[in-house]
Structures are given as structure tokens and as C-alpha cells.
Write a protein that binds this ligand. Structure first.
Ligand SMILES: *Cc1c(COP(=O)(O)O)cnc(C)c1O
Length: 401
């Protein structure tokens, strides 16, 4: 049975009529830059995540860039970010001439290790960018406290976590800025590139809006050097359609995750990562010493939206063998991410502080494997994935026909 890692058509084609009608509406409006479609979508997303302002931008990467530009991040500044993340988080810091300082990961939730972040704070630290990796919030209370103590800004990279919650608060709504991506593989996947910046502060929102349009206000009067970071009205209009169905997608991902957790945790050699508090994470490692595969955990205070369902395959080399075993059975999987930021060639010249003490993240990069979790995944497809993993572990279990 073919089980792809993601099937965008399974989500989009049932909406074909609605999407086509929307395309027609934008076509006939003749308005292809900014305007009401973008404004309405901005309001809807801001409201959805619980922030005052939404600023539509050209991608999740540009959302981070605009947020950092609005906070005046530049040469001489250090910005803390996880070393275990997608490149965009770190790339935006470096593009502005600031120094990315890479922080280790929590082995339970994969997010930024706040104790390590505290160790790496200096008087030059201008901001910290927690990433809500794989759809689960980082430890925001501790991060906000740390940032307040050091007087630095917080930009939440919510590219993988739109609609996820931390102690009831929407991811992206807690820091100075939150950023989102509508790349097709994200939970709110669009039809090309797109992104959004959200924020609660009127002045910062105004500044981000201005930077999105070449730093001009009014037109042709430039107060700052910005860029063209606009979201297309066509993209906004189509995304509004998908936002209308979004709760259903999230519930389906959560049901799929619950099913994997139930079926996989019953296998010998498979252990759920204990959903303890982040600070106890290193102690958990010993408890998991016997596990061959560790399942992802959701902390009780979080609502996880499962952008990825990520296993840790413990023994060296086993991860790649499992991946090949799944591929033979036509099951898609992916390694998010095989290299941490401090291991990237483009960051080889960074000072030592940027790169030291990232041992947990290095280990994760060798162990992680994400398996299909998309909303339209059917039960029998999940059963096929479970049976393939069972087979890999060499456990004799009757496979139901
Ligand atoms: C996808 C992603 C981005 C970048 O989003 P794009 O829309 O592809 O530019 C940034 N950060 C993280 C964590 C992501 O997963």
C-alpha cells in the first residue's frame, strides 16, 4: 500500500469548487496586490491565534526577517535560536548581519533547551527565537521570563504551529512577534509561498507593515529600508477557504497521532517519551535507555497540532535502516533535520559561542524520523505503517488481513 508522507491533493481536491470560485472572484476583482482579501485574511489569522495584528507577507522566512528588521536586529547583535530547526530561523539572523547563537534541544519535545539558552545570554543578546517545532509549543513561560530578565525581544517561529496552544494561549501571540508559514507542507498549506507576522503592539505592527512595503509611508516616502515582502491577494483568498476547514484538519491530525501512540506504544522496545516538564528531560533519557524507538510526547499544558509525528530510533544507524525498510513498503518518511545549524557549512566561521554545547541536538539529528501524519491519512494506511515498524523490530505479531 502506498502511504506518502503528505498528500496535498487529498486535502485540496475536495475543495476544488470552492477554490475555483474564489479564484474567479479574485480574477474579476482585478486587484492583485494588497487590498481586501489580504486585509480580511490578516484579521482572520490574528483572531484565530489570539493576536491584535496580522501582517501578510511573502513567506514564513520573510515573516521572521520582517519581525527581526522591525526590532532593529543588526550587526553587533546576538540572537539566540535553536540549533535543531529549519534553516530559515537561523538564516534570517545571519542575513541581517547579526550573530546567530545556537541553543541545544530538549530531547522530549525537541524544542529549545531554556537552561542552555540562559547560559548563552550575553549583554549583546538582542532577541531569542523559540521555534514551536513539529507543532508543539516551546516552554514559553520560562522563555518570556528569561527574556524579561535580560531585556531582550522574543520572536516566536510558529511556521509549524499555527493554532497550537501553550497553557491556553495561541502560539505566536506571546512574544513581541509571532511568524507563520503557508508553505504547502505546513498545517495551513497554501498554493505556493506565503506567510504572516502577528503582533500585539500597535507601534511594532505599524513598523512591520511599513517594512513589508519598502519601508514607505506614504507611498514613495521611505522612512526605513524595507523590501517587497507582500502576500498576494490570490494566495490570501485561497487560504481563507482553507482556514474555514482548519479545525477539522487539526482534529484529524490529533486523532492520527493518538492512534499511532496507542498502537506503537504496545510494541516491545517502543517507549513513549515521558511527557514530563522540559527541565526533567535529561533525567528521562536514562529511563529510556532500553527503548529502541521513542515516541513523541505532548506536554499536558500544550495543545499539539502534529505538523510532524517524529520518532527517535535509538541505536546508531538504525534510523536509516528503518527509513529504507519503510521505503521498500512504499511508506514515505523524512529526516527533519539531518544536520543541526551549528553543523552547517555556511555557519562554520561563526565564533565559538555560537556553536558550543549542542550535544542533545546532535544526537537527535542522528535519531529522528518523521512518519506520515497528514489529516487525510486513512486508518488502514496507519495500520500498514504500524505493521511495517513491527516487522522492522522483528516482533512476531499476527497481522490482520
Ligand atoms: C517552513 C519553516 C520556515 C520557513 O517558511 P517558508 O514559508 O518556507 O519560508 C521557517 N521556520 C520553520 C521552523 C519552518 O518549518
Amino acid at each position: 500500500m502506498k502511504v506518502p508522507l503528505l498528500d496535498v491533493n487529498a486535502q485540496n481536491l475536495p475543495l476544488e469548487e470552492e477554490l475555483t470560485a474564489t479564484f474567479g472572484r479574485v480574477l474579476r476583482s482585478g486587484r492583485f496586490i494588497m487590498g481586501p482579501e489580504v486585509e480580511e485574511f490578516e484579521k482572520e489569522v490574528a483572531c484565530f491565534v489570539g493576536a491584535r495584528h496580522g501582517i501578510g507577507v511573502s513567506s514564513g522566512t520573510d515573516a521572521i526577517l520582517v519581525a527581526l528588521m522591525a526590532l532593529d536586529v543588526g550587526p553587533g547583535d546576538e540572537v539566540l535560536c535553536p540549533t535543531f530547526t529549519f534553516f530559515a530561523t537561523a538564516g534570517c539572523i545571519a542575513r541581517l548581519g547579526a550573530t546567530p547563537v545556537f541553543v541545544d534541544a530538549c530531547p522530549v519535545c525537541f524544542n529549545i533547551d531554556v537552561e542552555d539558552a540562559a547560559r548563552k545570554m550575553t549583554e549583546r543578546t538582542k532577541a531569542i527565537i523559540p521555534v514551536h517545532l513539529f507543532g508543539q509549543s516551546a516552554e514559553m513561560e520560562e522563555i518570556m521570563t528569561l527574556a524579561e530578565e535580560h531585556g531582550c525581544h522574543v520572536v516566536e517561529d510558529g511556521a509549524q504551529a499555527i493554532g497550537a496552544r501553550y497553557r491556553g494561549k495561541g502560539c505566536g501571540s506571546m512574544g513581541d512577534f509571532g511568524t507563520f508559514s503557508f508553505f504547502p507542507s505546513k498545517n495551513l498549506g497554501g498554493f505556493g509561498d506565503g506567510g504572516m507576522v502577528v503582533c500585539n503592539d500597535d507601534r511594532l505592527a505599524e513598523r512591520a507593515r511599513m517594512l513589508r512595503m519598502h519601508g514607505s509611508k506614504p507611498k514613495y516616502f521611505h522612512r526605513a529600508v524595507g523590501g517587497n515582502f507582500r502576500l498576494d491577494p490570490l494566495q490570501a483568498a485561497l487560504l481563507r477557504v482553507k482556514l474555514g476547514h482548519y479545525d477539522r484538519y487539526t482534529r484529524a491530525r490529533q486523532a492520527n497521532a493518538a492512534y499511532y501512540l496507542e498502537r506503537l506504544s504496545a510494541l516491545e522496545g517502543v517507549e513513549p517519551a515521558a511527557p514530563a516538564h522540559c527541565c526533567c528531560a535529561k533525567a528521562q533519557e536514562e529511563a529510556l535507555a532500553e527503548a529502541r524507538i521513542v515516541l513523541p510526547a505532548c506536554y499536558e499544558h500544550n495543545e499539539h497540532i502534529w505538523n510532524q509525528f517524529t520518532l527517535r530510533v535509538r541505536e546508531p544507524g538504525q534510523r536509516d535502516l528503518l527509513r529504507a525498510h519503510l521505503a521498500e513498503r512504499e511508506i514515505g518518511s523524512e529526516v527533519y533535520y539531518p544536520l543541526t545549524m551549528d553543523q552547517q557549512e555556511c555557519f562554520a566561521e561563526l565564533p565559538a559561542i555560537s556553536r558550543e554545547g549542542n550535544g542533545v541536538a546532535h544526537q537527535l539529528a542522528g535519531e529522528v524520523l518523521s512518519i506520515p501524519i497528514y489529516p487525510e491519512l486513512e486508518r488502514e494506511m496507519q495500520d500498514w505503517v504500524v505493521s511495517a515498524i513491527t516487522e522492522f523490530l522483528g516482533i512476531e505479531t499476527p497481522v490482520e488481513e
